[in-house]
Design a protein. Sequence first.
Length: 171
Amino acid sequence: MLLEAHKIFANLSWILLIVILISRPLAEIVGNKILFRFLRYRKRMGIACGLAAISHVVFFLIGSGLLGVYFSDPMFWSPNTFFGWGSLALVAMFFPLLTSNNFSLRYFGRHWKKIQRLAYLVFVATAVHVAMVKNDWLTVVAPTTVWLLLWVWAEIKRVKKNSANNIEKYC
């Protein structure tokens, strides 16, 4: 039962992470008001993603009887195992999860966004973790490629827009 629950939470956290990271560049590229309204819910989705990831780990460790050795066994922290990549994702997710609130936004100010950008590290570590667990790199190539292409496209669009605004300012 617990081992089945961990799979549900693993899939939920992976899907939420993909949706969260793809939504911003997609909204910037398309410029659709509905997509921009959707972005309001990213913080809540990030919290749900983090809680699902924690639930995944806890249910897996309890269900497999490995909870007692998680912090002491080097296997869980080795980059050569899917455990290591999952642990990296979990640790990196801790800080954005902990600071996904209005108090932290005010407290950290302009640095808040830097903390939230750890989600990119979480995404990469989770992608490697998923690929190693499933022994199938194609499982993560599609969402990773889509995210990367959308992110680059949105950045190019943003730079062009800023350049055009700067040119107009000086003309």
